[in-house]
Design a protein around this ligand. Structure first.
Ligand code: ADP
Ligand code: PEP
Ligand code: MN
Length: 523
C-alpha cells in the first residue's frame, strides 16, 4: 500500500497539468472547451451530473481513526477505515497523473477569526467555478498554507467490494489528514455539504454554534436565522427585498453574532419564476452555474418546469448576485430563530411561537419532510426527523449543538417560531403546499413585531402558540383544522404525527432533560 503523505502537495506533485487560480471567464471557457456543459440563454453555464443528481448519504463516510473516534457521533455518521481512505486516495492520485486538475484556495467562514482556508482541487472546470461561487473567493490568491483540502474527481469510481464502500460514489472526510475526497458523483452539493460538515466539526469544539440555516437582517439591524432541512425554504425565504441577505444555508453563531460560512448560494430552480422569486431568477446569469436544468435545444432558454433529470435542479451564484446581500456576511445576535418545516401531513400550523423548552424539543426533533430529489431515492415528500434540521451534516453528538443553542437562546432572549412551509388543507397528495406569499407575509409580520400584540392561543395538540391574526394572511389558514374539509380526518392525521414525535424523542431519554422531552405534542 502507498505509504507517503496524504496531502494536496502529494497529489499535485504527480498531476499531469495544473490549472491554478483561473478567473471566472477562464473557467467558463475551459468548461465549454471540455464540453462539461453549455451556455444558457441568460448566460449561465449549465452542467448535467448524470446518475447522481442529489446527495447520496449512504456513500458519505468519516474516517474512523483513534484521534476522532471518541469525538464523532457514529449514530448519525458512517465510519470507514483508513485503508478505504488510502485506497481511494491512491485511485485519485493515479487519475491525476493523466489529467488536468483545477486548483485554487478559497475560504469558508466570513468571520476572519473562524475562517478555514480550503485548497480546492477538481477534475472539472465547472465544478471549480461552483466552488469559486459558493465559497469565499479571495481577491488575490492567498500565500498562507491551506487548512483543509477538498479533492473532487467524479471520474474516479470506487469498487464497492474492493474498497468496502456501498457504490461507485464516495464522499470521505478525513480529519487526520484534513482532507475530503469525492469520487463517482458529479453532484456539486456534495462538495459544499462536505466542507459544511468539516466546519460543523471544528466550530462547536471552539464553542461556536454552527447551523444549517439561512440568515438575513432587517433595516433595524435585527437579524433572523431560518433553520431547515433541504427544500423547506431557507434559500427562498432569506432572499427578501425588505431585508439584507447574509447567507442561504450555513452559518456560525459566536459571541460576536452570526456569520455566513459560505460566499454564495445554491438555490433550487424547480418552477422558478421571476414573479415569485425575482432575486433568485435574476441571479441566473453570466458567472452562475446551472445544474441539471433543461435548456431548449434551439434557444437555450432555461425551462424550470422540466424535471426530466431531477426535481433537484439548481443554480449556484455568488452572494453579490443578490441585490441586497451585505458584505462581509455578518450580523449581530439574531432576534428571531425560525424553524422551517415542510409538514407533508398538513397538520402543523403555518406559524407558531415556541417557548425555550419547546424550542429545544423541536430543534432536537427536527421534524420535516425530505423533499423529492435532494437525496438519492426520494421521489415524494417523506416525513423525517433530522436533528438540528441538518443531521446528515453534524459530525459531533447532536446534544453538543442543542446545548450551544439552548445557551444562546437564554443569553439573548431570542424568540423562536416554527413555520410550516409544507402542506395545508390535507396531506401531500390531497392538500396543497402553503402559498409562498402567505409564508412570506407571516415571516415579515413576525420579524417586524406585528405579531407581538395579537392574541396567541396554544394549539390543543401541538401545544405551540398560534396567532389569531396575521396581516395579509387569511384567518382560516392560521389554524390547520380549519383548512381540512374532514375534521375527523385531521385529528387522525395529527394523531399519527404525534405518535411519530413521541417515538422519535425516546432516543434522547436519559440524555436530555425530561421537562424538555415532555413538552412535545400530545393528543
Ligand atoms: N410556502 C413556501 N415557503 C417556502 N418555499 C416554498 C413554499 N412553497 C413552495 N416553495 C418552494 O419550495 C422550495 C424551497 O426550497 P429552498 O428555498 O431551496 O429550500 P432550502 O434552501 O431550505 O433547501 C422552493 O423551490 C420554493 O419555491
Ligand atoms: C445542497 C443541499 O442543501 P439545501 O437543499 O439545504 O440547499 C443538499 O442538501 O444537498
Ligand atoms: Mn438552500
Amino acid at each position: 500500500m502507498y505509504n507517503k503523505d496524504f496531502s494536496a502537495e502529494d497529489i499535485l506533485s504527480v498531476t499531469r497539468t495544473i490549472a491554478r487560480d483561473l478567473t471566472v471567464p477562464e473557467l467558463f471557457e475551459e468548461a465549454i472547451i471540455n464540453r462539461e456543459g453549455m451556455l444558457s440563454k441568460r448566460g449561465a453555464i449549465c452542467i448535467y451530473t448524470g446518475k447522481y443528481t442529489g446527495r447520496s448519504p449512504k456513500d458519505r463516510f468519516i474516517v474512523d481513526t483513534p484521534s476522532v473516534h471518541n469525538i464523532v457521533s457514529w449514530t448519525n455518521n458512517a465510519p470507514c477505515t483508513e485503508d478505504t481512505f488510502k485506497r481511494l486516495y491512491c485511485k485519485i492520485r493515479n487519475f491525476t497523473k493523466n489529467h488536468k486538475m483545477y486548483v485554487s484556495d478559497n475560504f469558508v467562514g466570513a468571520d476572519p477569526e473562524h475562517q478555514l482556508q480550503v485548497k480546492c482541487i477538481t477534475e472539472y472546470a465547472a465544478q471549480h467555478l461552483f466552488l469559486k461561487e459558493l465559497f469565499i473567493n479571495p481577491e488575490i490568491p492567498p500565500t498562507t498554507p491551506h487548512d483543509f483540502t477538498l479533492v473532487c474527481c467524479p471520474s474516479v469510481l470506487a469498487d464497492p467490494l474492493e474498497d468496502s464502500v456501498h457504490s461507485e460514489a464516495f464522499v470521505i472526510i478525513n480529519f487526520d489528514y484534513k482532507m475530503v475526497i469525492i469520487g463517482g458523483t458529479k453532484y456539486c452539493g456534495e462538495m459544499k455539504k462536505a466542507i459544511f460538515s468539516v466546519m460543523n466539526y471544528i466550530l462547536p469544539q471552539k464553542g461556536i454554534l454552527s447551523m444549517h440555516c439561512s440568515a438575513n437582517v432587517g433595516k433595524d439591524g435585527k437579524s433572523a436565522i431560518f433553520f431547515g432541512l433541504s427544500g423547506t425554504g431557507k434559500t427562498t425565504l432569506s432572499a427578501d427585498p425588505h431585508r439584507e441577505l447574509i447567507g442561504d444555508d450555513e452559518h456560525g453563531w459566536s459571541e460576536n453574532g452570526i456569520f455566513n460560512i459560505e460566499g454564495g448560494c445554491y438555490a433550487k430552480c424547480i418552477h422558478l419564476t421571476e414573479d415569485t422569486e425575482p432575486e433568485i431568477y435574476r441571479a441566473v446569469k453570466y458567472g452562475s452555474v446551472l445544474e441539471n436544468v433543461v435548456l431548449d435545444p434551439r434557444t437555450r432558454k432555461e425551462d424550470y418546469d422540466d424535471a426530466r433529470y431531477t426535481e433537484n435542479t439548481r443554480v449556484a451564484y455568488p452572494l453579490s448576485y443578490i441585490p441586497n446581500a451585505i458584505h462581509p456576511s455578518m450580523a449581530g445576535h439574531p432576534n428571531a430563530i425560525i424553524f422551517l418545516t415542510a409538514d407533508a401531513f398538513g397538520v402543523l400550523p403555518p406559524i407558531s411561537r415556541l417557548n425555550p423548552k419547546q424550542a429545544m424539543y423541536h430543534f432536537l426533533s427536527g421534524y420535516t419532510s425530505k423533499v423529492a430529489g435532494t437525496e438519492r431515492g426520494i421521489v415524494e415528500p417523506q416525513a423525517t426527523f433530522s436533528i438540528g434540521f441538518g443531521e446528515p451534516f453534524l459530525p459531533l453528538s447532536p446534544l453538543k449543538y442543542a446545548r450551544l443553542l439552548e445557551k444562546k437562546i437564554q443569553e439573548h432572549n431570542t424568540k423562536v417560531y416554527l413555520v410550516n412551509t409544507g402542506w395545508t388543507g390535507g396531506p401531500y397528495g390531497i392538500g396543497s403546499r402553503m402559498k409562498l406569499k402567505y409564508t412570506r407575509a407571516m415571516l415579515s409580520a413576525a420579524l417586524d413585531g406585528k405579531l407581538d400584540n395579537v392574541g396567541w392561543v396554544a394549539d390543543s395538540i401541538f401545544r405551540v402558540e398560534v396567532p389569531d391574526f396575521c396581516p395579509e394572511v387569511p384567518i382560516d389558514i392560521l389554524k390547520p383544522i380549519n383548512t381540512w374539509a374532514d375534521k375527523a380526518a385531521y385529528k387522525r392525521q395529527a394523531a399519527k404525527l404525534v405518535d411519530l414525535f413521541a417515538k422519535n424523542v425516546r432516543k434522547f431519554k436519559g440524555e436530555m432533560d425530561d421537562d424538555i422531552l415532555s413538552t412535545g405534542p400530545k393528543m
